[in-house]
Design a protein around this ligand. Structure first.
Ligand SMILES: Nc1nc2c(ncn2[C@@H]2O[C@H](COP(=O)(O)OP(=O)(O)O)[C@@H](O)[C@H]2O)c(=O)[nH]1
Ligand SMILES: [Mg+2]
Ligand SMILES: [Zn+2]
Length: 358
């Protein structure tokens, strides 16, 4: 008899169909990852797994490795006689990818196969419209539906003011106001929970993601115990985890992201208002900086659009511009950008030589 209702945790016909390609293997869903070890849930329960040597050899980039939320094919569905081996990752229906901002170009899968992304932001000190725009850009691109979840409403004296500000950036996304201090405070979130559905909680550290999930679980599970309510194994070293909700469906908690870089983003949805304004600019290729009869600048002057929002739009577009280039090209682009004042990379080499001679 199966212990776990796999449909409840998101196993749909689409994944089942794909799994039939792999005869003799078992399907499971990754619930946590710690270095090379994965916790995977199968219909028999939870097991520990690692990827096969062949898999490791074949992967082209970090995002190809299994991540939390992935459906994988395993050589067994119970690890009582040793770790299971992950042979394949099934095609993701959605994926939230982050890139460490500024530093390397390494991309990282935050969560896979999610239906809804809760972009969490607290109503006190974390409240930042520019950050919402950044998260929305990535979320729209992930294939999941973003929802803005405002937390700690109990700490906010000017809610209507904050909501009015948020309205100028949320555009197509729902906005929920929550507080984890009371049962009523988390009601808005419950509408999004359903059997078979996966919700990922994204947002800065300290905004109350884990607290909210604990509330939904009806228990203080996080930071003490993982998926299971029994006393086997504490997942203190794992970085993010998936939880099965008592009411059905699953949620994925993620660690706080201090900075989140945009690799590929769907900025058309995030900044649909600016794109709409741009259609009214005199010049088709208007950069909305100093051209005459620029509808975007006009909107700023009339107070319809905030200057900060436009600046963030420029900034995110510039980051996302690297999309589609390989890492060497990206480095080249970045260096050219960095050294454009000293005559590009060639100039930069001379410049650096001259500097080090001194
Ligand atoms: N006042 C208030 N504090 C909260 C609320 N939710 C979480 N906190 C507190 O905020 C801090 C960070 O919460 P945590 O869930 O760990 O945040 P995470 O890093 O996003 O997972 C903790 O001290 C919580 O007790 C809330 O709704 N109201
Ligand atoms: Mg947390
Ligand atoms: Zn313009």
């Amino acid at each position: 008899m199966s212990k776990i209702n796999m449909e409840n945790i998101g196993l749909s016909q689409r994944f089942l169909n794909e799994s039939t390609l792999y005869e003799g293997l078992y399907i499971g869903r990754v619930v946590s990852q710690s270095k090379n070890l994965y916790k995977v849930i199968t219909e028999k329960g939870e097991l520990t797994a690692e990827v096969s040597g062949k898999f490791r050899y074949a992967v082209k980039s970090a995002v190809d490795f299994p991540a939390v939320g992935d459906f994988v094919m395993l050589d067994r569905n119970d690890d009582s006689s040793g770790k299971a081996i992950i042979q394949h990752v099934l095609t993701r229906k959605s994926v939230f990818i982050r890139k460490a901002a500024g530093t390397s170009n390494e991309e990282q899968v935050v969560a896979a196969n999610i239906d809804t992304v809760f972009i969490c932001m607290s109503l006190n000190n974390d409240f930042n419209l520019r950050r919402v725009e950044r998260y929305l850009g990535i979320a729209w691109n992930s294939g999941a539906t973003p929802v803005i979840v405002l937390t700690k409403a109990d700490l906010c004296p000017n809610l209507s003011e904050k909501l009015a500000e948020l309205e100028t950036v949320a555009l197509g996304a729902d906005v929920l106001v929550t507080s984890s201090l009371s049962e009523n405070g988390i009601l808005p979130v419950k509408h999004y929970i359903a059997s078979g559905k996966t919700i990922a909680f994204i947002g800065s550290s300290g905004v109350g993601k884990s607290t909210l999930i604990n509330r939904l679980m009806g228990d203080d599970l996080i930071a003490t115990n993982g998926l299971r309510k029994d006393d086997k194994g504490r997942h203190t070293t794992t970085r993010r985890e998936m939880y099965i909700l008592p009411e059905g469906g699953v949620v994925i908690d993620t660690p706080g992201m201090r900075e989140i870089g945009i690799e590929s983003a769907d900025l058309r949805k995030t900044f649909a208002d600016i794109d709409e304004l741009a259609t009214k600019c005199k010049y088709r290729d208007c950069t909305h900086t100093k051209e005459p009869n620029c509808a975007v600048q006009a909107a700023i002057n009339s107070g319809l659009l905030s200057r900060d929002r436009l600046e963030n739009y420029f900034k995110l577009n510039k980051e996302a511009r690297y999309e589609g280039l390989n890492s060497r090209q990206i480095e080249h682009e970045k260096l050219s950008e960095m050294f454009k004042d000293v005559g590009g990379i060639k100039g930069a080499r001379k410049f650096i030589k001259a500097k080090t001679k001194r």
